[in-house]
Ligand binder design. Sequence first.
Ligand SMILES: [Zn+2]
Length: 62
Amino acid sequence: MFTCRNQSCGTEWELSDVVIKNEGQGLLFRCPMCGARNYVERFEADDGAVVYEQLDGRPYQD
Ligand SMILES: [Zn+2]
């Protein structure tokens, strides 16, 4: 579950709701509601499953 970092939005999204891509500054998804960039980090489990975790440290940018 991700939460949009745009404080006036704050919508929660499942991984299946968003498109994760790399726009040159790392992986991110754009909030489908407000378009804010939300950075994520990709992890790969031992069984090969890919997991994305939202990064809290990156400042919100519009
Ligand atoms: Zn949003």
